[in-house]
Design a binder for this molecule. Structure first.
Ligand code: AHM
Ligand code: MG
Length: 334
């Protein structure tokens, strides 16, 4: 039960014992993400002032060199997690290879690896549209005390111990799960404090919103075309409403609150889809399932896919359970 005015910090402490291997390490990790998210939020909020403060690559009036925001966000998350010595490795959508991180006393004793998309949908920043950060946490597979290996990152999504996103929108929110439901926290920017505004978030089982980039329609697989036609038919609560921001976190967040389905299928241009299994689809799939929704590639549960490479892409269908099931049926019968 949500306490009135409970902060994220209080929530983390209160719920630490729910976590199977509780040693405080995961709580400290979520805390670091909370901190880095504030730093990134501050920077993202200033993006509209780019003409005044200087564009990426230029030096601003304070003599600071300006960075592209996705590079900035990548560095902010990596730096915060590295400095706090609480993870043994990070893989980022912005980096070609995973990064090995030493813990206290220069050892390799830490238990968790983090995978992150530091600023998803960053092409939306120029037009003042919401963007997000997506993160995913696993326990390492290799023995503690040794440097992490690729194997620690290439785990199926069902092994995630935590996943979440930050949405830099009209309000900034952190939404995350440690496998005990999904909770959302809204930032009060005046105080720099996140409040527990959305306890126990749930996808409605059904919805009337579909989110897909229909500009690619002619390149979609037949099953997706058939499902879109179904969404547009006049029957019962159909036609559904089409809503596509083009910023995964925002589209997902809206659909989780209102009920809907997000689809990024494979196309001729992107034969495996566009979205990344490890940085985007797995964390969103864990949140979706924890909120009573579903995530699929049309044929398989996303969380059961065995990854083979860090930057692997996968077709993604995610949202209200009855809608995802229906879309899967169209895919499988096409
Ligand atoms: P990015 O990681 O390069 O930002 O791309 C991911 C984004 C998602 O947020 C969004 O849902 C999708 O790409 C939109 O792609 P498209 O413009 O092809 O519809
Ligand atoms: Mg991305």
């Amino acid at each position: 039960m949500a306490q009135k005015n409970q902060t994220l910090g209080e929530f983390i402490i209160e719920n630490q014992s729910e976590f199977k291997y509780s040693s405080g390490e995961l709580s400290r990790l979520i805390n670091s993400i909370r901190l880095a998210a504030k730093v990134v939020n501050h920077e993202v909020n200033k993006a509209g002032l780019v003409d005044i403060l200087g564009a990426a690559g230029e030096t601003n009036v304070q003599g600071e060199s300006q960075q592209k925001l996705d590079v900035y966000a990548n560095e902010a998350f990596i730096k915060t997690l590295t400095n706090r010595e609480i993870v043994c490795g990070i893989a980022s959508e912005e980096e070609d290879h995973f990064i090995t991180i030493k813990g206290r006393n220069q050892n390799h004793d830490n238990k968790y690896v983090v995978l992150i998309d530091p600023l998803d949908g960053s092409s939306n920043i120029d037009v003042n549209v919401s963007v997000g950060t997506i993160f995913s946490v696993y326990r390492r597979i290799t023995p503690s005390g040794t440097p992490v290996t690729l194997e620690d990152f290439l785990q199926p999504g069902r092994n995630q111990v935590a996943a979440g996103y930050i949405i830099y929108g009209t309000s900034t929110m952190i939404v995350y799960t440690t496998g005990h439901g999904v909770n959302g926290f809204t930032l009060n920017p005046a105080l720099g404090t996140y409040y527990h505004s959305h306890p126990n978030m749930k996808f409605p089982q059904d919805g009337t919103i579909y989110s897909v980039n229909e500009g690619n329609y002619v390149h979609f697989p037949q099953g997706v075309k058939d499902y879109i036609k179904f969404c547009q038919e006049e029957e019962g609560d159909r036609p559904y409403t089409s809503r596509y921001i083009g910023s995964l976190v925002s589209d997902f967040h809206r659909n989780m609150i209102k009920g809907g389905i997000y689809i990024y299928p494979n196309t001729a241009k992107n034969p495996d889809g566009k979205l990344r299994l490890l940085y985007e689809c797995n964390p969103m799939a864990m949140i979706a399932e924890q909120a009573g929704g579903m995530a699929s590639d049309g044929f398989r549960r996303i969380l059961d896919i065995e990854p083979t490479e860090l930057h692997q892409r996968v077709p993604f269908i995610c949202g209200s359970s009855n809608m995802v099931r229906k879309a899967e049926k169209f895919m499988q019968n096409a």
